[in-house]
Design a binder for this molecule. Structure first.
Ligand SMILES: C[S@@+](CC[C@H](N)C(=O)[O-])C[C@H]1O[C@@H](n2cnc3c(N)ncnc32)[C@H](O)[C@@H]1O
Ligand SMILES: *[C@@H]1O[C@H](CO)[C@@H](O)[C@H](O)[C@H]1NC(C)=O
Length: 387
């Protein structure tokens, strides 16, 4: 495969003769070196490819443009036609999944940095916290709402011994998750399925517990996805979510705050941003009892900020360097045309996310824990922890 690509790249170069030859030769050599780092050098046994996921290469640019056009230009607009949210989110993940895997890893979320620990270890701890909160044990059945390519599901199943079913709207992510699950030998406990979390293909009362990591933020209406989770949970079952929210420091009358949140919405496939209060409320509307509400981004005074991982990437210029690489790949037809636009969007939003984090107006990890009432009609318990 990589050889075929290279051959066609060399052919492409050979088509050019004349005055530009030397320049092209240097550029070509540089390009081959750059390509080498993703196309030739294996990463483990995997080779990174930048594809449009389930979108055919020749449709990527158009799909990206349609995605971009779906966001309103006025401050605070978000996705203008909210009925298209699911479809746009699916497109978004077709476009970004390979870039996320390449540049970030297999867990598509943030985590605070634990002192003395790597980002990978900090990420796993952030995932395991949910297994502990949900009291997962061998034999329990747990639902991962918006499972991505399964990074968290693999940590949570292997740390707890529970069976984890993941749902994602994006078929390409199911394929990737299955690939990684097989490679890591966890298929027995990890089952990714394609489906819309607003209409889940699961029976009522079928899971002991559920969690969502930076995923329910994609729902057009938060109470609707919470309602579906409420339906499939067994009575007494717990649901924990790391929710993307505007924090108590967010001021809707501050244009700078609104701008940061608009940029975050656009670069991440969100219809709108909810405040943490609205998220708490959505759970209650869905018939869930609030057990815990705390912003993990600021909960520990000794953990490092989640956005430092992005800040570091930007300071090291790796992201800009890789942007150039994607641009060259697209020119050489080794990546779909339009992929460079997708990459640019992600580089831009990295800055907005850092701004959201450093100003404190945004958190990608407001932890909400809800409980499905043990028996219908029972009085709602109000003894929750708030922060
Ligand atoms: C930021 S990713 C997080 C993935 C995963 N939780 C992780 O941490 O690696 C958000 C996920 O939510 C999923 N998602 C968004 N809207 C969805 C919907 N309507 N139905 C099912 N999954 C959805 C996306 O497909 C994606 O897998
Ligand atoms: C940049 O490219 C290198 C080489 O392919 C890759 O290992 C790294 O993960 C990429 N980083 C980002 C942030 O894209």
């Amino acid at each position: 495969m990589a050889r075929d690509y290279l051959d066609s790249a060399l052919e492409w170069l050979n088509d050019y003769t004349g005055d530009n030859k030397n320049l092209l030769a240097i550029g070509g050599a540089g390009a081959v070196l750059l390509l080498g780092s993703i196309y030739i050098l294996p990463n483990g046994k995997d080779r990174h490819r930048l594809t449009g996921g389930g979108i055919k290469a020749d449709r990527v640019k158009q799909e990206f443009n349609d995605y971009a056009d779906a966001y309103g230009k006025e401050a605070g607009a978000g996705i203008t036609d909210r009925t298209k949210t699911g479809q746009l989110v699916d497109t978004f993940y077709n476009l970004v999944t390979d870039i996320y895997e390449w540049g970030w890893g297999l867990s598509f979320h943030f985590s605070p940095r634990l002192p003395g620990k790597s980002w990978a270890a900090s990420e796993a701890a952030h995932e395991s916290r949910l297994a502990a909160i949900l009291q997962l044990l061998p034999g329990k059945k747990c639902l991962d709402v918006g499972c991505g390519v399964g990074g968290p599901m693999r940590t949570i199943a292997s740390t707890s011994g529970a069976e984890v079913t993941g749902i994602t709207i994006n078929q390409y992510q199911v394929q990737r998750a299955e690939h990684h699950n097989k490679k890591m030998g966890v298929q027995e406990l990890c089952k990714p399925v394609q489906g819309d979390f607003l209409k889940m293909p699961f029976k009522d009362n079928s899971f002991d517990a559920a969690y969502a990591i930076e995923a329910t933020c994609h729902a057009a209406k938060l109470e609707e996805v919470y309602g579906e989770i409420q339906r499939v949970l067994k009575p007494g079952g717990l649901f924990a979510s790391y929710e993307w929210v505007a924090t108590k420091h967010y001021d809707e009358n501050n244009p700078e705050h609104v701008k940061i949140i608009d940029e975050i919405n656009f670069g991440n496939g969100l219809p709108e941003m909810r405040t943490y209060k609205q998220a708490e409320e959505a759970g209650k509307i869905a018939g869930l009892e609030l057990v815990m509400s705390i912003d993990i981004a600021t909960a520990s005074s000794v953990a490092g900020p989640w956005y430092n991982r992005l800040g570091w990437l930007m300071k090291s210029h790796i992201i800009t360097f890789n942007s150039t690489m994607v641009w060259i790949l697209a020119r050489l037809h080794l990546a779909p045309a339009g992929m460079e636009d997708v990459h640019t969007m992600l580089v831009r939003v990295a800055k907005s996310l850092c701004d959201g984090g450093s100003t404190g107006v945004f958190s990608p990890m407001h932890l909400l824990v809800f409980k499905k009432p043990a028996s219908p009609g029972k009085d709602q318990v109000a003894n929750h922890v708030s922060a």
